[in-house]
Write a protein that binds this ligand. Sequence first.
Ligand SMILES: [Zn+2]
Length: 125
Amino acid sequence: MVRRSIRHAGRDVSRLRDQRDTGFTVTELMVVVLVIGILVLIAVASYVPATQRAAAVACAHNRATLERALDAHAAGTTGTLPATTTIDVLRPYVSNPDESTRCPSDGSPYTLDVAARTVSCPNHP
Ligand SMILES: [Zn+2]
């Protein structure tokens, strides 16, 4: 490539012209926007199932905590189990009852099955 010196008012302005020519073309910008769009699509598509899995794991952890709280209730009352299906009777036995007694997916309350000594969730059977 042959470079010619461009002079304006007696000064060499070739360098100024080279700086102006180094911008992106419309095609290059469209490719960059397309790649960014694909990356955002992949990130969103993997984020939603990850939050659902995290809620299911937190729900299983809450239920296990409440089942241990049921054992603690029985130990504290000389082996008698509560005669109710509401989970509120176990609130004194968990450290964070406002969050531990509800499903993290939608906040629905758990159901206590005293005979089976289990805590069930309407969202995660
Ligand atoms: Zn749940």
